[in-house]
Design a protein around this ligand. Structure first.
Ligand code: FAD
Length: 468
């Protein structure tokens, strides 16, 4: 007799493991299926956590070399011990994945290690690494199989010299010249890491701007700041081939609109052109579940697929490929399966780029508001006028609040500046509660703090910022 559950979750990334825990809290008997040796998915193993550990360590390395002296802290020229820095990153991963294993045990969730294949609605076959198979059954199945790196046609990722984000998290030495293909979040974060550790970094981007989808004003300012840090950009350009036969890589780069190619030499090339949904081996076609034209699992407003009893969440469905979006969907689908009213508010999903300075946003961009003919007011406040930023000499960037011209309701908040990623939480809460810019402006903010710039930007919506 196969083991019988209320719910089987395939994949233990932030979508899957959070869904499993919420379902167990709601009284369900739950199993997870995971093909890797450790739980936590892309985010904990090769994504959010290791990249943030390296961003943190490399930022301190850079500060020790360039900022400490100004503050009267004499440490001499810092020396890089890359193996130890990589170990620091691995320890961060280890602590987090063990944490998930503990939470699964604590919530009495059975973990089946192997590749999960849905053989029929309610039935999953799990194939272990040694080839042994077992079948488990449940009333409901949640597909949370996440995403994989997108590849460039004709360019083979070897994870040594031509790397994806995964290889870029473990380079054995600092490349002299790093070519980053794609000016999205992952390319800019990992480009920043290796720049701070000493690499010359050139970013090639197909579009004529960095960070598509981010407010243009913010993206422009951010590009200038990255250029000041020594990162080079080649926009409106495409990498068409990388020759790896010689000692140096030779990348052919053409204008996006077509034209003559130029060659750029590099020691390592990071392919960071995005991620694609991952459904390999799941057997979806055989059970009549068709993917959309971008390889995603189509779901309705309740995360239900077209096959009864099968749901999907996270990177494998439409929407921003973000860990916290996957987590919130995990909670919502568990609640829906339990007969409750699970819900995700897609208008308020924060987005953070953990560079220095950080970039964070939530809600609509100016471009989106213009495109949908929404009249809005803008309140903008620079960190150069914020007392704490001045004290810390971290004055780059600004806060921009977009508020409805008629109702003053906050529609979008965009921040470039130190600690933007923490500051955006205030904006998200305000928007979730339907706040007006006036509500933020009248909320007492502690002094001296960087979030006072959020309050000032809210005052600036009504043209009454105090410190400007
Ligand atoms: C370098 C990098 C940095 C990132 N940084 C951030 C960040 O700072 N903040 C943020 O919000 N997001 C970040 N992301 C994105 C984030 O990692 C993803 O959005 C998130 O992991 C998606 O969660 P998920 O649960 O949908 O899928 P995943 O985390 O991809 O997990 C899917 C799991 O399913 C398993 N699986 C797949 N198929 C099967 C199968 N058939 N059987 C069994 N198991 C299977 C996989 O092994 C995996 O463990 C980053 C990504 C990368 C690559």
């Amino acid at each position: 007799m196969p083991d019988n559950y209320d719910l089987i979750v395939i994949g233990t990334g932030p979508g899957g493991y959070v869904c499993a825990i919420r379902a167990a809290q709601l009284g369900m008997k739950v199993a997870v299926v995971e093909k890797e040796k450790t739980f936590g998915g892309t985010c904990l193993n090769v994504g959010c956590i290791p990249s943030k550990a390296l961003l943190h360590a490399s930022e301190l390395f850079d500060e020790a070399g360039h900022v400490f002296g100004k503050m009267g802290i004499k440490v001499g020229t810092p020396a890089l011990d890359l193996p130890t820095m990589l170990r620091f990153k691995d320890e961060a991963v280890d602590g987090n994945v063990k944490g998930v294993a503990f939470l699964l045990r604590k919530n009495k969730i059975d973990a089946h290690v192997g590749i999960g294949r849905i053989v029929a609605p309610g039935r999953v076959e799990v194939k272990a690494a040694d080839g042994a198979t077992a079948t488990i059954e449940a009333k409901a199945i949640v597909v949370a199989t996440g995403s994989d790196v997108a590849r460039l046609k004709g360019i083979t990722i070897d994870e040594k010299r031509i790397v994806s984000s995964t290889g870029a998290l473990s380079l054995a030495k600092v490349p002299q010249r790093l070519l980053v293909v794609g000016a999205g979040v992952i390319g800019l974060e990992l480009g920043s890491v290796w720049r701070r550790l000493g690499a010359q970094v050139m970013v090639v981007e197909f579009l004529d701007r960095i960070l598509p989808g981010i407010d243009t004003d913010v993206a422009r300012q951010f590009q200038r700041l990255l250029e000041k840090q020594g990162i080079g950009f080649k926009l409106a350009s495409k990498v068409t081939a990388i020759d790896s036969s010689g000692r140096a890589l030779k990348a052919s780069i053409e204008p996006a609109a077509g034209g003559a190619a130029i060659a750029i030499d590099a020691d390592v090339a990071l392919i960071a052109i995005g991620r694609v949904p991952y459904t390999a081996g799941l057997g979806l076609e055989a059970i009549g579940l068709k993917l959309d034209n971008r390889g995603r699992v189509p779901v309705d407003g309740h995360f239900a697929t077209t096959v009864p009893g099968i749901y999907a969440i996270g990177d494998v469905i439409a929407g921003p490929m973000l860990a916290h979006k996957a987590e919130d969907e995990g909670v919502a689908v568990a609640e829906i399966i339990a007969g409750k009213a699970g819900h995700v508010n897609y208008d308020v999903i924060p987005n953070v780029i953990y560079t220095s300075p950080e970039v964070a946003s939530v809600g609509k961009t100016e471009e989106e508001l213009k495109a949908s003919n929404v009249a809005y007011n803008v309140g903008k406040f620079p960190f150069s006028a914020n007392g704490r930023a001045k004290a810390n000499q971290q004055t780059d960037g600004f806060v921009k609040i977009l508020a409805d011209a008629k109702t003053d309701r906050v529609l979008g908040v965009h921040i470039v500046g130190a600690d933007a990623g923490n500051m955006i939480a205030e904006a998200a809460i305000a928007m979730e509660f339907g706040a007006a810019a006036e509500d933020i402006a009248r909320t007492c903010h502690a002094h001296p703090t960087l979030p006072e710039a959020v309050k000032e930007a809210a005052l600036a919506v009504d043209k009454r910022a105090i410190h400007m």
